[in-house]
Write a new protein. Sequence first.
Length: 192
Amino acid sequence: MFTISDLEQLQAEHPEWQMELVDGDILIMGPSDYISEEIGAELIRLLGNWVRPRKLGRVTGSSAGFILPKLETENGNKIEPEKRNLRAPDVSFVRAERLKISQRDFVELVPDLIVEIKSKSDKIKPLEEKIQLFLQLGCVVGILIDPDKLTLTVYRLNQEPIILKNNDQLTLPDLLPGWELTVSELWPPVFE
């Protein structure tokens, strides 16, 4: 059973690896395909361009690690921080009042918004399970982007998912008042 310290040591030895700690196992993530990464970069750019000037919070990419609380304690005992999960969504947003100063370490909180982008080799079910875990832990909105189907699915705790397609508008008034995104803006352009 690995701990966050073990992950940090392995990360120091292999800085090119992207890793998560899930229930004591270290998962080494492969690189994303080009389209998935381009979509993530575009979303980060669009979110960041809205968030930063308005001082609404912080937007991060797939390398930002979050130390998550456990849903339940083991035998009623408090779980040591070293034994908690460390996860890294593809895109995250944390409201300013929850993280006033950035940290030079993993952050012990649940983001307000997470986005997972399906890579060519990903299966949908594990991505949905990851989003549901974050929602159960306090995340407000989880989004799954599927470049294969050109869809964006919005998840909220105890609500039916909403599937958005090309000309649909994504709005998140409770997190990003006034921000809107036409789904098709995320898809990579074709240059003639």
